[in-house]
Design a protein around this ligand. Structure first.
Ligand code: UDP
Length: 466
């Protein structure tokens, strides 16, 4: 018999680094199963695709210009410099890709699209999939818990009071076991919602469309979020959740999409000098810049604490005068892009001050490193509470980007914490690392879910376009 033509899957990532990186890790798994794949990309993100395309040259790319918007700067795809207040506009503008993608799908008469896999920030791809009669899987680069909180909030919006106080505690009776949150910790996307405002309403609708998807594929694993898997299915009405993480980094995590400042071997050699689990790694991810006063206090506290550390920072971070020279024998500063996965995997690294971006969280857990939470924005506060209060694999150190910690106190906390060995939270973090490794091993829970998902996709009819 003639071999069956593989289903053609259209992949649509959300053009922000923290979303694209795990999306590409996921796409890599599909490419290993010989699906016919096309990936939509905006021009400035094309370079992020290189590691995947070099491994899987048969993947097609569909490069579409970022839709112009009168409210956004011309080079907005480079979203690093986008103020949080413009993020809703950014999400809203992307729906401008609906028509060009629709036209492209209709033109694919030789190899028609059988399914769409798109980021959960691109809810408008749901009506698009419906219009062309194919199923859509929503991909989430965040925690199931964080995703559920965001969707719950947007669903219950009519009850929201505009006068909600920043410190008012919001509870989630519909999510069993959920911590409570001060209003200010809930997603900026939700807090900036204004009833009747067209952008707000479009962003809300964008998330609500996800409920109609074929299912959610989430970069997480059962041992970490098992407690929160039922609510999205039972209460929110998602049809299916596939927990497929932690997805293995395509390039073994060597650069995770950035252009490295210095070589990985330099920092690895530096780390080789120190005892097991004695070094603190600090990074606030690919977007956040630590405000000047916070950076000053953190630097001084590090110096006073005497701990050994690697601090990966954005170029523009301002440090106290002479700091780098004074700490040269204790700490290493990486300005620009750090080889984060290599650092976390080094046996000398035991602790990680992180903003709790979900990729950083998974990388830390996988490495069995204990997290010190310092959430700044987006879903990070929700992730931090999941780690500290629900799964108890992390310790809070500070939060937010406005208030400044007290220098002496922070120095004391860092000194005492980094010297700890074998505490309950460290043991739990280590155990979670073992669970993460087990989940993605052949036969493990995430391995099986991913296999199941890919089998579902394989079963799809190769569609005829007429
Ligand atoms: N990253 C890196 N080097 C850096 C900064 C970040 O390799 O100097 C990687 C990090 O390993 C992670 C991703 O970039 O994979 C950041 O994603 P995360 O979800 O943690 O945070 P975001 O950048 O989206 O805020």
């Amino acid at each position: 018999a003639k071999p069956r033509q593989p289903p053609h899957i259209l992949l649509i990532p959300f053009p922000a680094q923290g979303h694209i990186i795990p999306f590409l890790d996921f796409s890599h798994h599909l490419s290993l199963q010989n699906f016919s794949l096309t990936i939509v990309v905006t021009p400035s993100n094309l370079t992020l695709l290189s590691p995947l395309l070099s491994l899987s040259p048969s993947i097609q790319t569909l490069s579409l210009p970022f839709p112009s918007s009168p409210h956004l700067p011309p080079n907005v795809e480079n979203s690093k410099d986008l103020p949080p207040s413009s993020f809703s506009l950014f999400i809203h503008a992307l729906a401008g890709l609906y028509s060009p993608i629709l036209s492209w799908i209709k033109s694919q008469t030789d190899n028609p699209v059988s399914a769409i896999v798109s980021d959960f920030f691109l809810g408008w791809t749901q009506p698009l999939a419906k219009e062309v009669g194919v199923p859509r899987i929503a991909f989430s680069s965040s925690a199931v818990f964080g995703t559920a909180v965001l969707h719950s909030l947007f669903r219950r919006l009519p009850q929201r009071l505009d006068s909600t106080d920043d410190l008012e505690l919001i509870s989630f009776a519909e999510i069993p076991g959920s911590p409570v949150f001060p209003f200010r910790e809930l997603s900026f996307l939700y807090r900036s919602y204004r009833e009747g405002d067209p952008v707000s309403e479009a962003v809300r609708q964008n998330f609500l469309w996800n409920f109609d998807s074929w299912g959610f594929a989430s970069n997480t694993f059962k041992a970490l979020e098992g407690a929160y898997l039922e609510h999205p299915l039972v209460d929110l009405g998602f049809r299916k959740i596939w927990t497929v993480g932690p997805l293995t980094p395509i390039d073994c995590g060597i650069n995770r999409g950035g252009v490295m400042s210095g070589s990985a071997s330099e920092v690895v050699t530096w780390l080789d000098r120190w005892d097991e689990k004695s070094v603190l790694y600090i990074s606030f991810g690919s977007q956040a810049v630590l405000p000047r006063m916070q950076a000053m206090v953190l630097a001084t506290a590090l110096e006073k604490s005497g701990v050994h550390f690697v601090w990966a920072m954005r170029d523009s971070t301002i440090l106290p005068e002479g700091f780098e020279e004074r700490i040269a024998d204790k700490g290493m500063i990486i300005k620009g892009w750090a080889p984060q996965v290599a650092i976390l995997s080094h046996c000398a690294v035991g602790w990680f001050i992180t903003h709790c971006g979900w990729n950083s969280v998974l990388e830390a857990l996988t490495a069995g490193v204990t997290i010190l939470t310092w959430p700044m924005a987006a879903d990070q506060f929700v992730n931090a509470r999941l780690l500290v209060e629900s799964t108890r694999v992390a310790i809070p150190v500070w939060e937010g980007s406005s208030e400044v910690p007290q220098e002496e106190e922070l120095a004391k906390v860092l000194k005492e914490t980094v010297s700890l060995k074998g505490t309950e939270v460290q043991n739990r973090a280590k155990e979670m690392g073992r669970e993460a490794a087990q989940a993605v091993r052949e036969g493990g829970s995430s391995y099986q879910e991913l296999e199941g998902l890919m089998q579902e996709l394989w079963k799809l009819e190769v569609k005829q376009v007429n």
